[in-house]
Design a binder for this molecule. Structure first.
Ligand code: 5AD
Ligand code: SF4
Length: 436
């Protein structure tokens, strides 16, 4: 979602004379878009800020020019005042719900006296109404935010505090943005939301539509070939969406459905509002409708109070689901969340060991999922050039990175049938069936 927000900030600033620069050494404006989900991400913000301070000092010494520095994203939302205190040379702090105001905030920065700007309120007018900047370029694949915020309040998670209450973007605004993306050549759209499958809005027939109906509507754009969505909550996985995985050929056979833990005790402490059995039942149903679907997930190890037995239940759930891919993290204490003041925080060494066990199991499942594709023919969307000569990188319907080789100069944005020859932990290699 930060990637999407950064792209939108770029679109927004273009009419004001800014353009993207690969080299921050001579940038007039540096926007640091930050993440608050785990402590590590927050630490990164402060270390990046130190690095940026050195860069802008050096630029000032050499050229006499002062760069404007803005900190955006969820660390800005949660720690705006602290950032200004620790890094008083930062000009702008802007939260994820307010970045549509960035051009105004930049205009207000006084280059001589420095005028501090903090803009972290949750605005009453949803930002999307003001985010209608022209989209001039994207690659073949783009993100589109359709939902933001969360009302689920898992006890480990900062999202409800940094991104605010659950909000579904209206259908028309989504369709308009999808059209803009398709007009600049986008072939694959990933619909985004912290709880994307909770999306709901009045449909074209005035009835309430869920994500399945939205995907069907977007499928009507001929030039749009692949549709994905992320990230989902098990409780919002309704039958309409599950059926779309069977009936809608543009909806990719990949589902990221975090469970976080396999232990019902821990799930309860986490306030996940579902049991491990509920989760397994949903997976079974999805596979009934689409047996080839690749299942992905998120896991947290070492939540306060997690016992060895709870950890074994997580390993057992992973074995039962057999994931194609998954993310896993050590529990990270987030200030202001209920979990941070729970008793029985887990020792770091134990967390490390549990993470190792979970990741080893997930790694082996991912590798065998990838290996199953060897000798099959897979349609891949070519996304970019690789590092090697004549090499390209594409993405499979199952969200795997696929390497291919072709002398053709212009394959980016093409769909190509590949015969998969090799499979690794994080990628596949394929040969073009008919090179042209
Ligand atoms: N500690 C560790 N992992 C977390 N996540 C969210 N909050 C925390 C936390 N406090 C993980 C969850 C979520 C993913 C985006 O990040 O697994 O699904
Ligand atoms: Fe965070 Fe997801 Fe739980 Fe919402 S559902 S609180 S975003 S982990």
């Amino acid at each position: 979602m930060n990637f999407y927000d950064s792209e939108r900030m770029t679109d927004l600033l273009k009419p004001h004379g800014y353009q993207l620069d690969d080299n921050e050494d001579d940038a007039d404006l540096i926007v640091l878009n930050t993440c608050h989900i785990r402590e590590k991400a927050v630490e990164k913000t402060y270390s990046e800020l130190g690095r940026i301070r050195d860069k802008i000092k050096a630029r000032k010494a050499i050229t006499g020019k002062r760069s404007i520095v803005a900190v955006a994203g969820c660390v800005a939302q949660a720690q705006g005042k602290e950032i200004m205190k620790r890094s008083p040379w930062v000009d702008i702090v802007v939260g994820p719900q307010s970045y549509q105001n960035l051009p105004e905030l930049i205009a207000k920065v006084d280059p001589i006296n420095k005028n501090k700007n903090i803009n972290i309120d949750f605005p009453i007018i949803p930002k999307f109404d003001q985010l209608n900047a022209k989209i001039e370029e994207r690659g073949p694949s783009a993100f589109l935010t359709i939902q933001e915020g969360c009302d689920k309040f898992c006890t480990f998670c900062v999202v409800p505090y940094t991104r605010g209450a659950e909000y579904s973007r209206p259908l028309k605004s989504i369709i308009d943005e999808a059209k803009k993306l398709i007009d600049v050549g986008v072939k694959e759209i990933t619909l985004l939301g912290q709880n994307v499958n909770a999306w709901s809005s009045k449909g074209l027939d005035n009835l309430n539509w869920g994500l399945g109906r939205l995907i069907d509507e977007l499928s009507k754009f001929d030039e749009l070939k692949f549709i994905r969505y992320t990230t989902s909550h098990p409780l919002d996985m309704d039958i309409e969406l599950i059926k779309s995985h069977r009936d809608n050929k543009k909806l990719m056979p990949y589902l990221h459905l975090p469970v976080q833990s396999g232990s019902d005790n821990v799930l309860k402490l986490m306030n996940r509002k579902h049991t491990s059995k509920d989760y397994l039942k949903i997976i079974e149903k999805i596979r009934d409708y689409n047996p080839e679907i690749a299942i992905s997930g998120d896991f947290i190890v070492g939540f306060p109070g997690e016992t060895d037995k709870d950890h074994m239940s997580t390993l057992s759930l992973i074995k039962q689901v057999n994931y194609a891919h998954a993310y896993s993290f050590k529990y990270s204490k987030r200030p202001g969340t209920p979990g941070s003041v729970f008793p029985n925080h887990i020792d770091e060494d134990i967390k490390n060991f549990r993470l190792y066990e979970v990741q080893e199991l997930l790694r082996s499942q991912q590798l065998s999922f990838n290996k199953k594709t060897i000798n099959s023919i897979i349609k891949v969307l070519v996304l970019k050039k690789g590092k090697k000569k004549n090499q390209y990188i594409g993405r499979s319907p199952f969200n795997q990175s696929v390497y291919l080789s072709s002398k053709n100069e212009n394959l980016i944005g093409s769909f190509i049938d590949l015969n998969i020859t090799e499979a690794f932990q994080n990628s596949l290699t394929g040969n073009i069936l008919l090179d042209f």
